[in-house]
Design a protein around this ligand. Structure first.
Ligand code: SF4
Length: 154
């Protein structure tokens, strides 16, 4: 069975978002995959030791900083490594991560100025997973994941 590593905020069983809000993905396909036991939920930021809610952070150069100017690179790196270890342990085939996050973003991220401006880039965990050969999708890529499942399990 194709298994998928997913952002825990999309999975929806626990509040993990930095602002304490919900981010549950309710697309029927996602809910079916969840029911089938395909989804392995991780929150790299919480696994890295950060609390919920937490001060928002953005990537800036090679670091991650929060809006108070505190460097949280170590927490982000630790969480990314743990997410990778779980992806390997659970033998997932791909990754479905929340868009725009400094950990999970796979296409755009905020530019480090805390002004809401986005640039091409990826989150720390998404980058590490890609560097290790995993395809990382966003929540707007469900068609591609559906195709992957159908091609491998038909
Ligand atoms: Fe969601 Fe990823 Fe942010 Fe955790 S780190 S709240 S899983 S986007």
């Amino acid at each position: 069975m194709i298994k998928i590593l997913v952002s825990e905020c999309l999975y929806g069983e626990r509040i993990v978002r930095y602002d304490g809000k919900e981010n549950r993905l309710d697309d029927p396909r996602f809910l079916q995959w969840k029911q089938e036991g395909r989804l392995v939920a991780v929150c790299p930021e919480v696994m890295g030791g950060l609390s919920t809610p937490r001060t928002p952070s953005e990537r800036r150069g090679g670091c991650v900083v929060n809006s108070n100017g505190h460097d949280v690179t170590n927490e982000y790196t630790k969480g990314a490594k743990l997410a990778l270890a779980i992806a390997k342990r659970e033998n997932v085939s791909c990754v479905l991560f929340k868009l725009n996050s400094p950990s999970c973003g796979s296409k755009l991220i905020y530019d480090g100025s805390f002004t809401g401006n986005k640039i091409a880039g990826q989150g720390v965990a998404a980058e590490l997973l890609r560097d290790n050969g995993y395809q990382v999708y966003g929540e707007d890529d469900l068609d591609q994941i559906e195709k992957l499942i159908m091609e491998n399990e038909r």
